[in-house]
Design a binder for this molecule. Structure first.
Ligand SMILES: Cc1ncc(COP(=O)(O)O)c(C=O)c1O
Length: 432
């Protein structure tokens, strides 16, 4: 059970964070998202203490809330001293409602609406992370209307190939996010920002991709960004005081995965930034990191009930569960891999290969392709592991399937933080 740190077998049953998974499934029904709040806190503290140890006080950890956004998560990370990033008015609204300090919120997005920019500036967010020249015009105009100065950062494509899935690799020039270094777009854009009367350039940002296991692309990105800060100083005589190196640290979905520890990654990145600052003769910038997956990913699992089991001789065995792409679209999006366990008999011999399918009317509605499990019986529970990130936050009501509840576990105690949707919730916006 090494995939999730706080998952263990006790008396032949699966426990997460000290609570029996099958008991919680009985209490709340399935499908069910279970999140070990203790592990979310531990991951936050791993980032916090590594940042202090390797970089000092001039640093902030921003939880990338797209990984999992709900009031309880914002409260948890805030409690641990983190800020957050948001990419929509909805995430901003939730973060503020949960009590996140506006100045600790960074607002991202490659196509923010005017309304969202207005909401962010009115709330007084810490940074608007500019993604394009088009956006600069809008931000500066709205800041003028509101009588405020927009404190911005700029999303840069550092030209790093992080060897992850194309849909989650973002550091290359061929990406919809940010402005590129190698064609001169970024340095010209900085000049435009410095001329904008209602906008203050506070920082640079990059995010090279997600689910990355290798430390070198992070270190390289940090070096490239520091070189760019030096180039800005040389070109415009302006020293940028903040560097946000994004998120992207991978987690263990399969036994074969060997991710970096949080501490290793913070150490390597922090040392690269400090060394580059010295090499370039610039003051060490305020260092921001934006982890999402590595805060919540391995804290969560999803519990399903197995229904129809179809054994198609010499072809494939399909085991369908009572959820699917509506609560976890990651296989459908980019064939993400997962491990599964039977919570009532976690150590039973695995001798049958199944494709675990969802219940939606879509052939691509698969959770796991070809996993070896014990022979499954309809009605029994099955857990998909490490679903804490990009599952609930990507869930949908396709086929009008209500979304599952989210239950937090802390020191063995459970509390529901998002209730199960009802049919009435799903229909609530339909007009007669
Ligand atoms: C701008 C930005 N920051 C941070 C993250 C978080 O990445 P991860 O969840 O891999 O840590 C993402 C993820 O897509 C992102 O786009």
């Amino acid at each position: 059970m090494s995939i999730m740190k706080t998952l263990e077998t006790r008396n032949g049953e699966l426990y997460l964070g000290g609570a029996s998974v099958s008991k919680l499934a009985k209490k709340y029904g399935t499908p069910l998202y279970l999140m070990d709040e203790g592990e979310i806190r531990a991951n936050c503290m791993r980032y916090e203490s590594a940042m202090r140890k390797y970089y000092g006080e001039n640093a902030i950890v921003l939880y990338a809330s797209k990984a999992f956004s709900c009031k309880a998560v914002y409260r948890t990370v805030r409690d641990c001293g983190l800020g957050c990033d948001v990419v929509s008015g909805g995430e901003l609204y939730t973060a503020l409602a949960a009590g996140m300090e506006p100045e600790k919120i960074f607002f991202h997005g490659n196509n923010k609406t005017e309304a969202e920019i207005r909401e962010a500036l009115t709330a007084g967010v810490g940074r608007i992370v500019l993604d394009s020249g088009f956006e600069l015009g809008t931000v500066d105009r709205i800041a003028a209307e509101l009588g405020v100065t927009a404190r911005v950062s700029v999303r840069i494509k550092p030209g790093i190939d992080a060897h992850t899935h194309d849909f989650i690799a973002t550091g290359k020039i061929d990406s919809k996010f940010g402005v590129a270094l190698e064609n001169g777009e970024a340095i010209a854009f900085i000049g435009e920002i410095l001329k904008a009367p209602h906008t203050e350039l506070c920082g640079l940002h990059c995010h090279i991709g997600s689910q990355i296991f290798d430390t070198r692309p992070f270190v390289r990105a940090a070096e490239v960004m520091m070189d760019f800060i030096a180039e800005i100083r040389d070109t415009y005589g302006y020293t940028v005081r903040e560097l946000n190196v994004g998120g992207g640290v991978g987690i263990k979905y399969l036994d074969s995965h060997d991710p970096l520890t949080i501490e290793e990654n913070v150490k390597n990145t922090a040392e690269a930034v400090l060394a580059a600052a010295e090499r370039c003769g610039i003051p060490a910038p305020r260092l921001c990191m934006e982890p999402g997956r590595s805060i919540v990913g391995d804290a969560g699992l999803t519990v399903y009930t197995v229904g129809s089991v179809k054994e198609i001789k010499n072809v494939r065995n399909y085991a369908s569960v009572d959820g699917g792409m509506t609560d976890n679209p990651r296989f459908a999006l980019y064939e993400a891999a997962y491990e599964a366990v039977l919570p009532c008999r976690p150590d039973a011999e695995r001798d049958t290969v199944y494709t675990v399918a969802g219940r939606c009317c879509e052939s691509g509605d698969i959770l796991i392709r070809d996993i070896t499990l014990p022979k499954l019986t309809p009605g029994e529970l099955l857990c998909v592991l490490s679903t804490g990130a990009y599952n609930y936050s990507m869930a949908s009501n396709y086929n009008r399937v209500p979304r599952p509840p989210v239950v937090f576990i802390r020191n063995g105690e459970d509390r529901m933080v998002v209730r199960r949707e009802t049919y009435a919730d799903v229909m609530a916006k339909d007009l007669d």
